[in-house]
Design a protein around this ligand. Structure first.
Ligand SMILES: Cc1cc2nc3c(=O)[nH]c(=O)nc-3n(C[C@H](O)[C@H](O)[C@H](O)COP(=O)(O)O)c2cc1C
Length: 200
């Protein structure tokens, strides 16, 4: 058993997996570019099908036009707290690649691979004293246009990165929810032999 960050694992794991979580209360302090580069470096070494590395990040530091462009594409709910992120990013994946015969072919694992990369980044953020919070609440079309993303890519999620602030700095309804979440047990998703999970 491992306990950390108000979470208890059923089996012994590194505390890093419990310490990574998605807070909303950020300090808004500047993040040195070198610290951000460390996070992207962790993403860089994620595994991917055929080593295709179909992940991309477009980012902006707080106080820049690039930050504002990303902020404007987020849902209202996410805009309530991401103004205090040190860095905002949009996580993109390449959905198609051009084959030797010129044909555009879908990359079946683009989202799977990009998920691995974002999680590597999130774990490194925790190791580096930051937190990374992914957001599906983003206007994907608006983000594609605002960030000048060409066809053949998909907006997977928004991303807020920063240093944790006290929960009291959030609006009250968010402050009461500002706590690391729990998980269903592994026995509900890992089965020996046959699938015995809940039907949709
Ligand atoms: C793809 C994805 C989309 C998410 N979308 C949002 C979002 O729009 N807004 C938000 O506040 N949190 C969002 N989250 C955070 C999740 O709610 C959070 O990861 C989940 O509740 C587990 O909690 P934890 O990350 O703190 O362990 C998202 C996370 C992921 C991975």
């Amino acid at each position: 058993m491992t306990t950390s960050n108000s979470r208890t694992a059923d089996h012994a794991i590194d505390t890093l997996f419990l310490d990574r979580w998605s807070p909303r209360a950020f300090t808004g302090e500047a993040m040195p570019q070198e610290a951000l580069a460390t996070l992207f470096e962790a993403a860089r070494w994620a595994p991917s099908a055929g080593n295709g590395q179909p992940w991309f990040f477009v980012y902006g530091h707080r106080g820049t036009d690039a930050f504002a462009r990303i902020y404007e594409t987020l849902d209202d709910g996410n805009r309530r707290w991401t103004d205090k992120a040190s860095v905002l990013a949009v996580i993109l994946s390449r959905t198609h690649r051009r084959a030797a015969n010129g044909e555009l072919r879908p990359i079946y694992t683009h989202a799977f691979d990009t998920g691995a990369a974002w999680h590597a980044l999130a774990l490194q953020a925790t190791l580096s004293g930051y937190h990374a919070h992914a957001m599906g609440g983003i206007d994907r079309e608006a983000a594609m246009a605002a960030l000048q993303v060409p066809d053949g890519f998909r907006v997977e999620a928004g991303l807020a990165i920063g240093k944790i602030a006290p929960r009291e700095t959030l609006p009250e309804d968010l402050a009461v929810r500002e706590t690391p979440s729990q998980r269903k047990p592994a026995s509900e998703f890992a089965f020996e032999g046959f699938f015995t999970g809940e039907k949709p």
